[in-house]
Write a protein that binds this ligand. Structure first.
Ligand code: BGC
Length: 745
């Protein structure tokens, strides 16, 4: 059968970008390389080069509605889908269920996934690319790592991030973007913690919804990933997450649920792992059951690349719609046999194809040129990257008012650290080749101005760095970890993941001993241990701050902007404090079985439940000003939809500042064990000095519920509900207690 060919224009700068893309993807550890070297085996279906894009883009890829009635854009996506489906041969239907390009995943060109269309029917080719932190296709805007978007506690910012990626995708001929990644950070050791939205399901859900709305608002299709319970890189292709129903519903599913229900996400990526004994791609209960039936997902479910799918009939019958990056189990030959032998009903094939076509119609893929016209606003996107980084930056500690720095009172600044003059990002499929970069040193130098001497030292020789620090008014030490897809961290200390950067803890200690005004800037993807915490007055978590990171760091250090971030993950004091520590059966699992026996006690829920004092708690982050909370009032929301809390927040300092007002709920233990507190609502406000604002927080009925296994639905237990409002999960400024159901408090 003849399949369509792309009519995309050639990408400019292709070869350099290709080269950089390959280097970026393959750059990491030995383990990563070993896994990648198996790739040809994983892609046994063939290694034919991808179709070469050529020729001009057409406007409207469908054709003349007089000849092809499904090309009539006035009809609904469902109507158009049925008209088209009726015209398709069975072979043509098979052909839409598998991708066609095994190479693009390594290069990002012309896309990192391609599913060819059918010329005879005007079905366009679909192009896919990563990017949770920016488009992974040659040079693009490198946004701060997704963990930073979560740290912003700001769905509007996440929306802006999604908008940047969506705009670049559409203008560069990409239809589907493999993003956002909304898996919960179950252990900070997880190699992709930087790529996810933290440890709390509500925060991950709201951030993900913002991102998807922004991306899909530009006409691109989001691909929320990795469905579901994909929480570690160790044994990632085979891990069996053994997780009970309540925990799945309350912790691991909500961000996917919100993506479907609130954001109308177009596609879902099915993860590599198994859940309760079955590969997700073969898990009918999770895909046809929870995702499609319960959550009402109407888009299509595609596989993660290479090892997610391991069968034809089981996967098709479970609800897997599209195999990526290349059809093997869903090759026309395999599907033909499965249908002929009665293992797969033709109606299952129809349903998969229907979902793919309906999504393509819904997002206008048939009706537009492959590339959106118009230039990418590279500078505007760069500014967005900077603002997002500023909004995600967390000031963890600021004793003696060391920060913000005042350039007019400084003579010299020492900038120290192995990567203080480098661009740092996470590795793997979310790695972006930045359109430009600003390193911390460059940003600080620029901001400090000509009258301040900025001295640089890589810190590889701590004694020398200490001398440089001692001679300066202020020492800024930039230290980092090195997270990447494919490998988990072996431990939580800074140098653990990356011995090439030397003893960074020792470096911090040496500098802090030499200069009492030492500021540590962390560029890490997730929590690290800080054995030197008591020895330094100021600590900033900048995450992997994206291409404008250096400017964002400088603006924050010099007080041009208030640090906008709060922790989306708990920073433990000790390695042994995390929810999975000391439990190899939980993590990394035994014989690839990972028992999620901590249940709903994930992240701060674990620390609170077991009375473990974290180094920095979930939700923590300082401002350069101070806030007071007054007059908390909590009442029942209209129509029984939970509670409404209002509180007056006042800026009591002398600078404009940003506060993230957080509402936690303590649910009654009546029916099931409950964490002491769960985040139920949050709101970010910026107030001028002396300004007071009444902030309203809606604690929805859902946020007060638990998953009631016996009744197979969300239930609200009768009892007393504590509402705690404050500045972090451990900094509660006001509280109230209200009854729900047949209870008196
Ligand atoms: C990752 C996905 C990614 C895909 C394509 C896989 O290895 O798990 O997140 O979208 O590759 O690059």
């Amino acid at each position: 059968m003849r399949r369509g060919r792309s009519t995309a224009p050639q990408e400019s700068g292709g070869s350099t970008a290709n080269c950089l893309g390959v280097v970026g993807y393959v750059r990491s550890s030995i383990v990563e390389r070993a896994v990648l070297s198996l790739a040809p085996l994983l892609l046994v279906a063939g290694l034919a080069p991808p179709p070469v894009a050529s020729g001009p883009a057409s406007t409207g890829r469908c054709g003349d509605p007089a000849e092809r009635p499904w090309c009539d854009a006035r009809l609904t996506p469902d109507e158009r889908t049925e008209l088209l489906l009726a015209e398709m041969t069975l072979e043509e239907r098979f052909s839409l269920m598998g991708g066609d390009d095994p190479i693009g995943v390594f290069t990002g060109e012309p896309a990192n996934g391609t599913s060819e269309g059918i010329e005879r029917l005007g079905i366009p080719t679909l192009f896919f690319n990563d990017g949770p932190a920016g488009l992974r296709k040659g040079r693009a805007t490198a946004l701060p790592a997704p963990v930073s978007l979560a740290a912003a506690f700001d769905p509007t910012g996440a929306r802006r991030a999604g908008g940047v990626v969506g705009d670049e995708a559409r203008k560069r001929g990409i239809d589907v973007v493999h993003a956002p990644a909304v898996n919960i950070v179950r252990t900070p050791l997880g190699g992709r913690s930087f790529e996810y939205y933290g440890e709390d399901p509500l925060l991950a859900a709201r951030t993900g919804v913002g991102f998807i709305r922004g991306l899909q608002g530009e006409g691109a299709i989001a691909n929320v990933k990795h469905y579901v319970a994909n929480n570690q890189e160790t044994d990632r292709f085979v891990t069996n997450a053994i997780v009970d129903e309540r925990t799945l519903r309350e912790i691991y599913l909500p961000a996917f649920e919100a993506a479907v229900v609130d954001a109308g996400v177009g596609t879902v990526m099915l993860a590599y792992n198994r859940v309760n004994g079955r590969k997700v791609t073969e898990n009918a209960e999770l895909v046809n059951g929870v995702l499609k039936r319960d959550l009402g997902f109407t888009g299509f479910a595609l596989t993660d690349y290479g090892m997610a799918q391991v069968s034809t009939a089981d996967a098709a019958n479970a609800g897997t719609d599209l195999e990526m990056p290349r059809a093997f189990w869903f090759s026309p030959e395999a599907l033909r046999v499965a249908v002929a032998s009665g293992q797969v009903s033709p109606s299952v094939v129809d349903e998969a194809v229907r979902r793919i076509l309906r999504t393509m119609f819904r997002f206008g893929v048939f009706d537009r040129a492959r590339d959106d016209p118009g230039e990418i606003d590279v500078e505007g996107h760069s500014r967005a990257a900077r603002r997002l980084a500023e909004q995600g930056m967390v000031l963890l500690k600021n004793d003696r008012g060391v920060l913000p720095l005042d350039a007019s009172r400084l003579r010299s600044v020492a900038v120290i650290g192995p990567e203080s003059d480098e661009y740092r990002s996470g590795g793997g499929s979310s790695r972006v080749e930045p359109s430009s970069t600003v390193t911390p040193l460059e940003g600080i130098r620029r901001r400090a101005g000509d009258d301040v001497e900025v001295v640089h030292d890589t810190g590889y020789v701590p004694q020398r760095a200490a001398q440089v620090a001692a001679a300066a008014d202020v020492a800024i030490v930039v230290v980092n970890d090195d997270q990447t897809e494919f490998v988990d961290e072996a431990c939580l200390s800074l140098q653990c993941g990356d011995p090439t950067n030397g003893d960074q803890d020792g470096l911090v200690r040496a500098v802090a001993a030499a200069n009492p005004r030492t500021v540590v800037v962390l560029e890490t993807g997730s929590p690290v241990l800080m054995p030197w915490e008591a020895e330094v007055p100021a600590i900033v978590e900048a995450w992997y701050p994206g291409q404008e990171g250096g400017n964002a760091i400088a603006r924050m250090l010099f007080g041009d902007v208030d640090p906008g971030g709060r922790l989306p993950v708990t920073f433990p004091r000790e390695e042994g404090d995390t929810p999975t520590s000391g439990h190899p059966e939980r993590y990394p699992g035994i014989a690839a079985n990972a028992s999620y026996s901590e249940g709903v006690f994930v992240g701060y829920r674990h620390y609170d439940e077991h009375g473990i004092e974290p180094l920095f708690p979930f939700g923590h982050g300082l401002s350069y000003t101070t806030f007071a909370y007054h007059d908390l009032r909590v009442r029942h929301a209209p129509r029984g939809d939970g509670l409404v809390a209002t509180v007056q927040v006042e800026n009591t300092g002398d600078r404009t500042g940003t506060e993230v007002v957080q509402a936690y709920v303590g649910k009654p233990e009546a029916e099931v064990a409950q964490p002491p507190t769960s985040l139920a609502a949050f709101r970010k406000v910026t107030l001028d000095p002396g300004e007071r604002r009444r902030v309203t927080l809606h604690l929805t009925r859902r946020s007060l519920s638990y998953w009631d296994v016996a009744r197979d639905r969300w239930s609200v237990a009768d009892g007393c509900y504590d509402v705690l409002v404050g500045s972090s999960s451990r900094d509660v400024r006001a509280r109230d207690r209200l009854p729900l159901g047949a209870a008196a408090c």
